[in-house]
Ligand binder design. Structure first.
Ligand code: NAD
Length: 469
């Protein structure tokens, strides 16, 4: 069996042959990736169910469809993305051919997390293939059934010369990271991201970090409480809250909270019935370790559980749970919750809510629910976050024309649609010059004079680009 470094070396020598460069090659591989997903949808859904009882509906929309949409979008736009982009010129470069070429980076590594184990590995891979790279993917070992299915399917469908799956946990990934890559695309936790950055620094490898954090949801002013409760509950409890952009906590006034609680109770009962544990539509916590972490947070919280709170260790089940009356430094506010527990904090004013958010790290997503556009705009203009969505949750990540990524501690870089293609491409600045206008060139040669300097300033200024037209 090949060692990790033999795989990396093999892909690097294949990349140097230029096989991944032609548009036709990229298109063929993307089409095969599409066939892989379509032919094996049932197996994928089964693996996701085995891993954490992911409901079929959620698996289809958040794993299968997201990836096939990315593929359709990339295949449809590949030719235009690959075209050189001609740029504006000045007088000194008027006769030159000036463009930006998108070129592949080389051998790129994509490391995935467990919470959307297909989507978060294959969606970036679409961009990496479209951009003409050789790709190594490293699935999460925690969702073992999906990990092993991906490792089995990728070599069956894609070129084994150009793409490989390397499996393993933390130690194997650390060893893999000792190799030189041309880009590392990591989705996962902030703590592991620090090791990724350290490893990347040895080879000066550029990285994209898709991380998490506590994404707030402000509910303020006039708002349709029933709709807000349903949208909030769906975004929070989808995938049992194990989504990087799940609303982590709510900030609202006391009056709004008191109106929201019965509406949330009704929404949860409509969604999952009176006994959510027997609902087929509620995902489970991914592992006993993750279950224990969440139960420990609940145990340490000094808040009051007003909805849910039931749990079952054997079944890795935690009911959709809402907690109120908690202090700002409560256990539930210490770290990203990443589970079906929703704390609601009360604030006296919109400004206090904004200040609360601005005191913390910049979140991956920020949500505001209000019928008043002034409220939405005030929050938008006075906060920072990776993405922003008003009057809904999660939905903004489904549009491939919007970049998806964090800012500050929630990540660096972005992807989806064209943004993925850009992430995995080098934007090479190209100026193809001829031999004309040598007299104009002579302006820059010694002996230097004040006269030459002022001409040169004029010919290279942006004003000169149209001055002769
Ligand atoms: P994780 O950081 O524990 O693991 C991610 C990957 O890193 C896995 O493949 C794992 O095998 C590998 N890994 C683990 N320890 C490592 C180490 N010491 N060195 C090198 N590699 C190591 O993350 P997770 O638990 O799988 O995912 C949950 C986290 O991911 C949450 O914080 C969540 O917010 C974040 N997330 C972010 C996004 C996003 O798009 N921004 C999406 C999903 C999840």
């Amino acid at each position: 069996m090949e060692t990790q470094s033999q795989v990396v070396d093999r892909l690097r020598s294949v990349f140097r042959t230029g096989i991944t460069i032609p548009e036709q090659f990229r298109r063929t591989q993307l089409t095969k990736l599409m066939s892989m997903i379509k032919d094996n949808e049932e197996l994928i859904l089964k693996a996701l169910h085995k891993d954490f009882a992911k409901p079929k509906f959620e698996a289809v929309i958040s794993e299968v469809e997201i990836v096939t949409n990315e593929l359709h979008y990339a295949i449809a736009n590949l030719a235009s993305w690959m075209k050189p982009e001609y740029v504006g010129k000045n007088l000194a470069t008027k006769l030159d051919d000036c463009s930006v070429r998108r070129e592949p980076l080389g051998v790129v590594l994509i490391i995935g997390p467990w919470n959307y184990p297909l989507q978060l590995l294959i969606a970036p891979m679409v961009g990496a293939i479209a951009a003409g790279n050789c790709v190594i993917i490293k699935p999460s070992e925690i969702t073992a059934a999906t990990d092993s299915l991906i490792a089995e399917l990728i070599p069956k469908y894609l070129s084994q010369d150009c793409y490989a799956v390397v499996r393993g946990g933390a130690e194997d990934t650390k060893a893999l990271l000792q190799n030189r890559f041309d880009h590392i695309f990591f989705t996962g936790s902030q703590s592991v991201a620090r090791s990724i950055l350290l490893a990347a620094s040895v080879h000066l490898t550029p990285v994209t970090l898709e991380l998490g954090g506590k994404s707030p949801c402000i509910i303020y002013g006039e708002v349709s409480i029933a709709a807000a409760a349903r949208r909030l509950a769906w975004a929070k409890f989808f995938n049992a809250g194990q989504s990087c952009i799940a609303p982590d906590y709510v900030l609202c006034s006391l009056a709004t909270r008191d109106a929201l609680l019965p509406a949330l109770r009704e929404a949860l009962e409509d969604f999952y019935g009176k006994e959510p544990q027997s609902s087929p539509d509620l995902c489970r916590i991914v592992s006993p370790r993750h279950w224990t972490r969440l139960m420990e947070l609940l145990r340490r919280s000094s808040g009051r559980v007003v909805l849910g709170g039931e749990s079952n260790e054997e079944d890795k089940y935690i009911a959709p749970t809402v907690v109120v009356d908690l202090a700002e430094d409560d256990a539930l506010m210490e770290q990203e919750i990443f589970g079906p527990i929703l704390p609601i904090l009360t604030v006296d004013s919109l400004q206090k809510g904004i200040d609360f958010i601005n005191c913390k790290e910049k979140p991956l997503a920020l949500y505001v629910f209000s019928e008043e556009s002034s409220v939405v705009n005030t929050v938008l203009e006075n906060t920072y976050s990776g993405g922003f969505c008003s009057n809904d949750g999660i939905i903004h990540m489904t549009l491939p024309s919007l970049p998806f990524g964090g800012v500050g501690a929630s990540g660096m870089g972005s992807y989806h649609g064209r943004w993925s293609f850009e992430t995995f491409s080098h934007q090479r600045a190209c100026m193809l010059r001829g031999w004309a206008l040598e007299r104009l060139n002579s302006l820059r040669y010694p002996p230097y004079t004040e006269d030459k300097l002022s001409w040169l300033r004029w010919t290279t200024s942006s004003k000169s680009s149209c001055s002769l037209m």
